[in-house]
Design a protein around this ligand. Structure first.
Ligand code: C2O
Length: 573
């Protein structure tokens, strides 16, 4: 009897799956996953920590799908922290409710609560990733999203033999939540990390780490695809493999015109897909990553994480313990020339359609700030430079997350008083952004201000770094969109001379741009995805300080231009 029931149930389920896939396009699949967020014992650098993970795995599970597939992920929070999961780079067309940033598109999933994220991957191929978007939980709550070509189609390059993910992470020999809480209390910069990691492992240059060093196997002559993700919290990273050329074929789940390099630079949030040909004498070669630290004088973690590219014909035997793999040369920590040579090498594979008429021309400064402490504040709460507190802003607005509603819910239900729509289209005061900035301009105004965009508007944003307190490279990430990067440069953006440098033919399509230190970058996109979308620096230390803003994109008129209704289990505050 039981069996009969389950057969009928299976049959009905099959029909359902068949119908739902037929409705999108043939062969598209729906993938169901449970993500249990929980504390798990993780041993690194000689000590065991109670880390927050997904399903007890660190890094968390890899999601492997085809372009066109749907994901249904039931997140159950068994940890003692609020949590949300963000699907970094997934466009979430009309499904903003599934985007994930805490207090932007949903309230957090409380301890004991759950939420089901449902979304479809459409028009994106390559590598993305998922991560917690709540406090500093993403230090240990992240994983890869591999998007294969649409069922029945192929890569725009010969099919690689093997496919491996290299997720670069950042490890504290402490509870990362305590690290950020401490910094929020003191107003100073949080402690720098103790290690970088490759797929969760620091590698054998660190104490107690050699036996767990990640091995990437290769066979002589084969060409493999390596998907590199920068999942570090606060650090841009250089990445290289000893003696091997890296052919870049994709970034942020868009293909690029292939180019060859010996070193990559990824800001947190960015992904880069490379082809690596095993054309060297069979041996063991280090895969290595370490900081690209562009801020002068600022403390950073200067350690090096490694994995090992191991030729199958040269496996590690007893003598391996004495002979080390071949070590690559990495650029100097402050090698902005190498970083720039890399970021400016990206092109789309062919001519693309870039909007040339612009409806919204925004100029947005991005940088740090310093808050004076009001009289009578305790000294221990003002441990920034000269008794101040660190802050950060875009166009002088230091972004403050709401706490009683998510912005999307407030927008959808017309709740007043949660946000205002007066984020300025240009800085309130014009100044020499990358010069010696007057102290009177160092303190921004806090606010929950959004910028409203009509459906379909063609948007250009000039992102301008500032030299307030200290200049540095910022990985600026926009949710809900991919954008074209038209140009980047150093100094103050000059519309007269710099517009001539715009690549309107084959600019790269990305979701995170490395805003050069003391420089600018220009991006364009069409606001064709209704919802509420945060744009922020992907250095977590800067998000907390307010280096963010939000775009509210109105619904269009057509049925595929409307934000869907909120799911019934959407967490509310
Ligand atoms: Cu990976 Cu708000 O981002």
């Amino acid at each position: 009897m039981d069996r009969l029931f389950s057969t009928i149930a299976l049959f009905l389920l099959g029909l359902l799956v068949l119908f739902s896939s037929v409705s999108s396009f043939p062969n598209a699949k729906t993938h169901y996953h449970d993500f249990v967020v929980q504390a798990t014992k993780v041993k690194r650098l000689c000590k065991t920590h109670n880390s927050i993970t997904v399903n007890g795995q660190f890094p968390g599970p890899t999601l492997e799908v085809n372009n066109g597939d749907t994901l249904v992920i039931h997140v159950i929070n068994k940890a003692r922290y609020n949590v949300t999961i963000h699907w970094h780079g997934v466009r979430q067309m009309t499904t903003a409710w599934a985007d994930g940033p805490e207090f932007i598109t949903q309230c957090p999933i409380r301890p004991g609560g759950s939420y089901t994220y449902r979304f479809t991957i459409s028009g994106q191929e390559g590598t993305l990733w998922w991560h917690a978007h709540s406090s500093w939980l993403r230090a240990t709550v992240y994983g890869a999203i591999i998007i294969h070509p649409k069922e029945g189609s192929s890569y725009p390059f010969p099919k690689p033999k093997r496919d491996s993910v290299i997720a670069l992470g950042e490890w504290w020999d402490a509870n990362p939540i305590d690290v950020i809480r401490e910094a929020t209390r003191t107003g100073a910069t949080p402690n720098v990390s103790d290690a970088y990691t490759i797929n969760g492992q620091p590698g054998d240059l660190y104490n107690c780490s050699s036996k767990d060093t990640v091995i990437v196997p290769v066979d002589s002559g084969e060409t493999n695809l390596i998907r590199v993700i920068n999942a570090a919290l606060n650090q841009q990273l250089f990445f290289t493999i000893a003696n091997h050329k890296l052919t870049v074929v994709g970034a942020d789940a868009s293909y690029v015109k292939p180019f060859t390099t010996s070193v990559l630079m990824l800001g947190p949030g960015q992904t880069t897909d490379v082809l690596v040909k095993a054309d060297q004498p069979p041996a063991r070669y280090y895969i290595a990553a370490r900081a690209y630290a562009s801020a002068q004088g600022a403390p950073f973690d200067n350690t090096t994480t490694t994995a090992i590219l191991e030729y199958k014909t040269a496996p590690c035997t007893a003598k391996c313990t004495t002979s080390k793999p071949i070590m690559p040369r990495l650029p100097a920590y402050n090698d902005t020339t190498t970083a720039t040579a890399f970021t400016t090498s990206f092109r789309s594979p062919r001519k693309v359609f870039v909007p040339t008429e612009i409806d919204e021309n925004l100029f947005i400064t991005a940088g740090l700030g310093i808050n004076q402490c009001p009289p009578k504040t305790r000294a221990r709460n003002c441990q920034g430079p000269n008794g101040t507190r660190f802050t950060a802003s875009m166009n002088n607005v230091s972004f403050v997350l709401p706490s009683n509603f998510s912005l999307l819910q407030a927008h959808h239900q017309g709740v007043r008083g949660v946000f205002t729509t007066d984020f300025p289209a240009k800085p309130p005061v014009k100044f020499d952004y990358t010069g010696n900035v007057s102290r009177s301009l160092w303190q921004p105004t806090p606010g929950t201000k959004v910028y409203r965009l009509k459906y379909g508007s063609r948007v250009q944003i000039v992102l301008q770094g500032t030299n307030i307190f200290t200049a540095e490279n910022h990985p600026i990430h926009l949710h809900g969109y991919d954008f074209y990067i038209l140009a980047e440069g150093f100094g103050n953006f000059n519309p007269k001379t710099d517009s001539a440098k715009f690549n309107l033919v084959d600019p790269p399509l990305r979701n995170t741009v490395s805003l050069p230190v003391k420089g600018w970058a220009v991006i364009r996109f069409v606001a064709d995805n209704p919802g509420v979308w945060i744009m922020h620096c992907h250095l977590d230390v800067h998000i907390g300080w307010g280096l963010a803003t939000v775009f509210l994109v109105d619904n269009g008129v057509g049925p595929l231009q409307q934000l869907e209704q909120p799911p019934p289990d959407l967490p509310v505050c």
